[in-house]
Design a protein around this ligand. Structure first.
Ligand SMILES: C[S@@+](CC[C@H](N)C(=O)[O-])C[C@H]1O[C@@H](n2cnc3c(N)ncnc32)[C@H](O)[C@@H]1O
Length: 214
């Protein structure tokens, strides 16, 4: 049964109730500002998922509840991995994507690639292509710089967060346009590229991209 917004809040409260207060505020802030609930049904039910740059694991926890059979959540930030929650369907790995082996039905990257210099992205997308099983899916959640107002706000907010809070490792704020993302998916080998705005009512220009491996 679908969780619904308040069901998800309850689930996350129970999942993260023993995390340090600072992390709980961060997790709650992410939940209110990122469209997690609008990006759940893109995950096929029963799939094995790799989430690259999973952070504290909000998205893995939600998809494990509603859709995924198993989620491998990988993130290089040891602060988040040390407090990682325990769940039979979610396994956390501290590191970068290249420490993961095997094939996945779905690979997700949720608000991460803005930290990667543009020249690293094609290499990452190619590694992802190699790890998606034939017929599987690559899902990228990103921000769309064509919405100037929301994009400027996102940029200001991230610089403040970087400067005063240091919540996310890495540096920089590099955004690809929708056309650049489409080209990167194509170059990596993905077909049936699609994109959808999921930002209605949010201050940030959220967009979700999907591509399939044939
Ligand atoms: C804005 S957070 C998003 C976290 C999570 N995906 C979410 O939606 O809540 C960005 C995450 O990317 C991770 N990250 C930064 N550079 C990375 C890289 N090169 N590879 C994988 N993850 C990275 C950070 O540690 C951080 O947890």
């Amino acid at each position: 049964m679908p969780l619904g917004y308040f069901g998800a809040l309850r689930l996350l409260h129970n999942t993260f109730r023993n995390h340090p207060p600072g992390q709980r505020v961060h997790i709650l802030g992410r939940f209110f500002t990122a469209p997690f609930m609008r990006t759940l049904d893109v995950i096929p039910v029963g799939s094995r998922v790799l989430d690259i740059g999973s952070g504290h694991g909000t998205y893995p926890r939600l998809i494990a509840e509603e859709r995924a059979r198993e989620v491998i959540a990988v993130d290089p930030d040891i602060r988040k991995m040390l407090t990682a929650f325990k769940h039979p369907k979610v396994r956390f790995v501290c590191g970068f994507d290249d420490c993961i082996r095997g094939e996945f039905d779905v690979i997700v990257i949720y608000d991460v690639i803005y930290r990667l210099p543009p020249e690293e992205r094609d290499k990452l997308f190619k590694r992802i292509y190699d790890r998606v099983r034939p017929g599987g899916l690559f899902i990228l959640k990103d921000l769309d710089p064509s919405n100037r107002l929301k994009w400027t706000w996102s940029r200001i907010q991230e610089s403040i967060s970087d400067r005063f809070l240091g919540l996310t490792i890495g540096e920089g704020f590099f955004m690809d346009t929708r056309e650049q993302i489409a080209e990167r998916f194509r170059k990596a080998g993905f077909v049936k590229f699609e994109w959808k705005r999921v930002d209605f009512g949010y201050p940030h220009p959220h967009v979700i991209y999907t591509g399939r491996k044939e």
